[in-house]
Design a protein around this ligand. Structure first.
Ligand SMILES: C[S@@+](CC[C@H](N)C(=O)[O-])C[C@H]1O[C@@H](n2cnc3c(N)ncnc32)[C@H](O)[C@@H]1O
Length: 389
């Protein structure tokens, strides 16, 4: 029992105080635990991250303490306790005593405060009142999304759709297994195994590839941010005979891609680790796929920590994405294609990157696809054709 709450505390400390991505911290910290413990930890930490703003609100409502005036570690203990009691309906006594015990070990003298605050939380539990109106502030508290994020949605899709999307973004994502040979997919449940021609892929990418209408004449493909292989494998489904050169900066992810290629028994895919921006290849291609690093805001169900740090990313990543697009252009023939993809719901990483590129280069925009998500992830795809100089 102590272990799972201690590990949960450490993961949340990584996420909120050390800015380590939730998925990364979870994968590192639970790798030696059994499935049951791992799934308990997952429910608790994903729940706390998903509901952080709401939890802070009910902690303030019950204790009278502004969460910002509490030390970083105590904030986490209180969020964990509030989440377990309010959402998971765990036994109050067990939650309180274990969390105070961990606070004793992990902090200098903060356990008394944590004990007091959790007892206040319980004493005033009946006073918890979550605002139900549709003002920006209330929506932000109720769904635990920053006000700017909600403003962006309302400006684009109106209030009704915004509420639907916020509910969807807070739901647990389904996982899908995609079959390479007949391009169909199924929901993939815990404890199931992938068959030999399946891999995990969000169906939104199938929709993107279908809507973009790729040409049959494509022979040589360069996948520039390829690992762990999702889009290369999708191209293989659409055009089984293409030759693919797939690169990625991260050698560990390239290794993962190699394992996937082997398991799926795919032919004519060569992989290596390299930085797109420094790439030198003496060959021109019919199609370059550029599935760029992005804010991942289209995957907020799976990565709820993204909602608290996307604004910083929107300031730096578009420049990298533009440079990558410029670089991709060096590797394709004239009349050849670039497929630009993100899992972002923000124009700064999508339409705006593409339109800046189109202003500078002789390319034609063949087609575009964009979704805020539901029933799958959010994302963007654009197919660009290089015109004769
Ligand atoms: C969105 S993920 C790609 C997912 C992959 N296309 C798939 O479908 O499985 C972005 C990838 O870009 C890679 N990356 C980031 N910067 C890079 C660079 N400068 N050169 C090459 N790859 C890079 C990351 O390692 C990451 O694997």
């Amino acid at each position: 029992m102590e272990d799972r709450r201690l590990i949960s505390f450490q993961i949340l400390d990584d996420v909120f105080n050390k800015k380590i991505p939730l998925k990364k911290s979870y994968e590192i910290r639970v790798k030696d635990f059994d499935k049951r413990t791992a799934s308990y930890i997952k429910e608790l930490v994903w729940g706390v991250v998903r509901n952080k703003i709401l939890l802070d609100f009910i902690i303030t409502q019950t204790t009278g303490k502004d969460i910002n005036n509490i030390s970083n570690k105590s904030q986490i203990f209180l969020r964990m306790g509030a989440y377990e009691i309010y959402f998971m309906k765990h036994k109050e006594y067990a939650v309180l005593s274990t969390i105070v015990e961990i606070a004793k070990k992990e902090t200098k003298n903060q356990e008394k405060f944590v004990n007091w605050a959790l007892r206040e939380f319980l004493r005033n539990f009946e006073k918890i009142h979550i605002p139900e109106d549709d003002s920006l502030k209330s929506l932000s508290i109720r769904y635990s999304f920053p006000i700017n994020f909600i403003k962006y949605l309302i400006n684009n899709v109106g209030i009704e759709r915004t509420v639907q999307l916020l509910e969807f973004y807070n739901s647990k994502p389904s996982i899908f297994a995609f079959r390479i040979d007949d391009m169909d997919y199924r929901e993939f449940k815990d404890n199931e195994r992938l068959t030999r021609n399946e891999y995990i892929l969000d169906p939104v990418y199938l929709n993107i590839f279908r809507s973009l209408q790729l040409e049959e004449s494509i022979v040589d493909v360069l996948d520039l941010c390829a690992a762990p292989g999702g889009k290369s494998f999708l191209i293989k489904s659409f055009l089984p005979n293409v030759n693919i050169i797939a690169i990625d900066k991260d050698p560990k992810r390239v290794e993962l891609m190699n394992e996937n290629i082997k398991r799926l028994k795919l032919k004519k895919i060569t992989t290596f680790s390299a930085d797109v921006l420094k790439l030198n290849i003496d060959k021109l291609f019919d199609l370059a796929i550029l599935d760029v690093p992005c804010s991942s805001t289209g995957t907020i169900r799976k990565n709820p920590d993204v909602k608290y740090n996307y604004t910083k990313k929107l300031k730096t990543l578009p420049q990298l994405q533009e440079s990558m697009l410029e670089k991709a252009s060096e590797f394709i023939k004239s009349n050849a294609l670039i497929l630009y993809i993100t899992c972002s719901i923000f124009p700064q990483e999508n339409h705006q990157v593409v339109s800046k590129f189109l202003k500078k280069h002789k390319y034609k925009l063949i087609s575009q696809f964009f979704t805020f998500g539901e029933p799958y992830n959010g994302g963007y795809g654009a197919l660009l054709k290089k015109e004769e100089e």
